[in-house]
Ligand binder design. Structure first.
Ligand code: MV4
Length: 452
């Protein structure tokens, strides 16, 4: 096992990694910007080092500063968390540089990160590995002739996606032939400007999909298991707001099928550490590979709640080359978990609302978990994303989890800043949500049905 882990992140995920490391008896090193000196991750780590000024580019994205911090603190492993470098074009290079410095990398091999970072290469590899795919371009759209020919074959509507995009960035839905050229040129130019890569691919557009993702855990010795799914269809502009596990859309047969093909694919590419395979699930119950995330995700606690595994401890153990020590048979999904992302934002306009938290009281009681770096007198900074807490509830059944989440949201006191807690309270009584009958358009529909 490692002696000392440096956490290349801030906020709740830095705290989350510190908690896991401490329980494993491993020392921790926090890095922070000058704006984060009073953060809990700095307080709870064994050591902390300031790595630069508030803007992320100069601190949490500053690879040389982070590597220097690892060196001077004597860290023998680095955990990247999510966001920052783990959602950056340089993610694979960062992993590589860490390993070349003789420091263990708590994550997948750089080649895995690189492959999945290019959405076209990821699709090709996952097709080869047996994951179902939507009819599409099978590679880059070469030119305008290729474009028209492909769209004709696939049939409208189609969707154009950026090879270097992901998570909804650089996408264009095209409903008719006449819009095709224009949309393609715009999308490709925008992607080139945003990601330095104008390559586009095309897929048949699925109208009312659900976003279902399968959690994978893989060791360095070829053992791979899945931990079931997370339902992530409650999103606004590609920002997830609430996640749950299990998905109300899956039955045991479909779960077993999605999990099995996901595990087989990961075995074939010799994937290591934790990862998430994202699928689109259509109204017929057919599922298609969308993207793969090679990092721990914000919503990992719902999986922890229903499986009883600590995913961060698993990540650390796997990076230390330990064996998985669990078989697929030993994994059972029990009960139901829901996570609400509590953001410092206006519940109506969704505009960020940074500032001083003047009063704070987090809910408690059976089956309630809060992952947060917030406290009374904590200042939510404008430099970083607006998520201030994750509220996770666990109960025997979905209806009981919904009741528990409503109760917990009522107990939550956050004053001084605006939060989306009022939005979550509406969502938790919204009939399509309560029924579990929803798709990726749920939030839009809720906002249309509740004009204020
Ligand atoms: C799609 C799609 C429909 N058909 N691909 C959005 C995020 C990115 N990962 C891919 N996304 C989509 N891809 C095809 N072929 C619909 C979406 C989509 C979506 C997906 C998951 C969750 C929310 C979404 C909201 C709008 C569109």
């Amino acid at each position: 096992m490692f002696h000392r882990i440096l956490i290349a992140n801030r906020g709740e995920i830095a705290l989350r990694v510190i908690r896991a490391a401490r329980e494993l008896g491993v020392e921790t090193v926090a890095v922070h910007s000058t704006a984060d000196s009073n953060s809990l991750h700095v307080r709870f780590a064994d050591q902390s080092l300031c790595i630069g000024p508030p803007p992320s580019r100069e601190s949490y994205l500053n690879i040389p500063a982070i590597l220097s911090a690892a060196e001077v603190s004597g860290a023998d492993a680095i955990h990247p968390g999510y966001g920052f470098l783990s959602e950056n074009a340089e993610y694979a290079e960062f992993a590589e540089m860490v390993m070349h410095s003789g420091i263990a990398w708590i994550g997948p091999r750089p080649e895995m990160i690189r492959m999945m970072g290019n959405k076209i290469r990821a699709k090709e590899a996952m097709k080869e590995a047996g994951l179902p795919q939507l009819p599409g371009s099978e590679g880059v759209v070469q030119d305008e002739r290729d474009l028209a020919r492909l769209a004709e074959r696939i049939g409208f509507p189609v969707i154009l996606k950026a090879a270097a995009g992901g998570g909804g960035r650089g996408m264009k839905i095209v409903r008719e032939k006449e819009q095709l050229s224009q949309m393609y040129r715009t999308a490709s130019a925008e992607s080139l400007a945003a990601f330095g890569n104008g390559d586009m691919y095309m897929e048949r557009y699925v109208e009312r999909p659900r976003h279902i993702e399968i959690q994978i855990v893989a060791d360095e010795h070829g053992n791979v298991i899945h931990l079931g799914e997370r339902e992530c269809s409650v999103q606004r502009r590609h920002q997830k707001m609430l996640e749950e596990s299990p998905s109300p859309a899956l039955n045991e047969r479909l779960r077993e099928r999605m999990g099995r093909v996901a595990v087989e694919a990961m075995r074939k590419i010799r994937y290591n550490n934790v990862g998430t395979i994202e699928f689109l699930l259509d109204e017929r119950g057919d599922f298609y590979f969308m993207e793969m995330n090679t990092r721990i995700q914000v919503e990992h606690p719902v999986t922890e709640s229903v499986t009883g595994l600590d995913l961060i401890k698993e990540q650390i153990r796997l990076a230390a080359k330990e064996e998985l020590g669990r078989t697929q048979k030993s994994i059972t999904l029990k009960g139901h978990a829901i996570e609400c992302r509590v953001n410092a934002e206006d519940p109506v306009s969704f505009a960020p609302s940074p500032g001083l938290i003047t009063a704070y009281h987090a809910p408690g009681g059976l089956g309630v978990r809060i992952d947060s770096g917030a406290y009374e007198q904590y200042r939510v900074l404008p430099f970083y994303d607006s998520m201030v807490a994750k509220l996770i509830v666990y109960a025997d059944s979905r209806p009981a989890a919904i009741m528990r989440m409503r109760r917990a949201l009522e107990e939550y006191i956050v004053e001084g800043i605006k939060t989306n807690i009022p939005f979550h309270k509406k969502l938790l009584v919204y009939e399509p949500f309560v029924q579990g009958r929803y798709d990726t358009r749920l939030v839009e529909k809720l906002l249309a049905d509740n004009p204020n």
